[in-house]
Design a protein. Structure first.
Length: 368
């Protein structure tokens, strides 16, 4: 299947606009990167911890917080639910008990959404089943995320696409054919308001597996907005992704990486997340210039101090024709540039020029 031929199916993400709306926030090229604090299940099923995580996300200057919602009965077979799962990170004797323990109660969701929105954050979540998607839709989330593990879950993708809110789709753990099929489903649903997140389904992910080049590949093949969902250690990969055109950056946020639970070890702690946002904004500032190469106001003082000018290598009597041996190059750079030597050689000195001074135009016949 050749998806490249379907670029025309993306009228709302054209080269001239390349933007979509999530709530009141415009996401896209030439706009500030949308930084998502993925809280996931790092609350460990506790609503108060979830509220604390939202507060931390605010202090880190995130743009949004994202949670995860699952109906464990709907997504796991009985055998999977009853499989033994006792380890140092487990919250139950079986995998089903463990997953149920990590879910927030229904009543907590509207409270957490209000808490986030009161502080200026966009609140959304990843549904892992159609019922969870409907729950989130009733809650009024402005967009939904489809996780990497559901790229091939076309029934869920169709269901979410039918709800009408923008979609963020992670792409870890799939191949090109599987991703082509997922994007085709979105196009069939007449959905162009989606963002593809480059992602590596490893926790934590090795830096060499981050595949930053896929950001350009996704733009070319799917004519869509792109971003990065990072599970790597450190900040460099996420910041580099912004320089390569990512308009969404998602990183897990935890209160403490040593906490019990499945995602804490691959998460950023508060200070790390603060530095991430700071570095992203600094990179964005460095990318704002669109003009030709020119001298900037911030460069002028250093340029004048550090550049070189034509200077007298020896004393030059008044009226003498200036020879090349009379000239040298010295700082500061406030005089005649060294490239102007040819315009000086052969002209007469209008006055006596001491040794070791800058050659000024007023000193040279025909340059005054």
């Amino acid at each position: 299947m050749k998806v490249r031929g379907r670029r025309a199916l993306s009228p709302s993400v054209t080269p001239s606009t390349k933007a979509l709306m999530i709530g009141l926030r415009q996401i896209g090229d030439a706009r500030p990167c949308f930084v998502v604090a993925e809280l996931g299940v790092n609350h460990n099923g506790d609503a108060e911890t979830a509220k604390r995580l939202i507060d931390v996300a605010v202090s880190c200057r995130a743009d949004a917080v994202k949670f995860q919602r699952r109906d464990i009965q709907a997504i796991l077979t009985r055998a999977a639910r009853e499989a033994p799962y006792e380890n140092e990170r487990s919250f139950g004797r079986t995998y089903g008990e463990h997953r149920v323990a990590l879910e927030l109660p229904d009543a907590a969701w509207p409270v957490l959404k209000a808490h986030a929105e009161e502080q200026g954050l966009i609140f959304f979540a990843t549904p892992y089943d159609p019922g969870s998607a409907d729950f989130l839709m009733a809650l009024g989330v402005p967009c939904m995320k489809v996780a990497s593990c559901d790229v091939t879950n076309l029934p869920l993708l169709r269901h979410v696409a039918g709800l009408g809110v923008p979609i963020v789709l992670s792409t870890g753990g799939c191949d090109k054919e599987e991703l082509d099929q997922a994007v085709r489903e979105l196009w069939r649903a007449k959905r162009q308001d989606f963002v593809l997140l480059n992602c590596t389904m490893a926790y934590p992910a090795p830096n060499e597996d981050s595949r930053l080049s896929l950001l350009g590949t996704y733009r070319r093949d799917y004519a869509c907005l792109v971003g990065m969902s990072g599970h790597e250690r450190g900040l460099a990969i996420s910041v580099a992704a912004v320089a390569l055109g990512a308009c969404v950056i998602e990183r897990h946020l935890t209160l403490d990486r040593t906490m019990r639970g499945p995602d804490h070890a691959a998460s950023l702690e508060p200070e790390g997340f603060r530095r991430l946002v700071r570095d992203i904004r600094n990179v964005e500032a460095a990318m704002t210039y669109r003009g030709p190469k020119a001298v900037l106001p911030s460069e002028r003082a250093a340029r004048d101090r550090l550049r070189k000018s034509l200077a007298s290598a020896r004393a030059i009597p008044k009226g003498q024709a200036i020879e090349r041996a009379d000239l040298t190059v010295k700082g500061p750079g406030t005089g005649i540039l060294p490239r102007g030597a040819e315009s000086v050689v052969g002209r007469r000195a209008l006055r006596a020029i001491p040794a070791d001074v800058l050659i000024e135009r007023a000193m040279v016949e025909g340059l005054a």
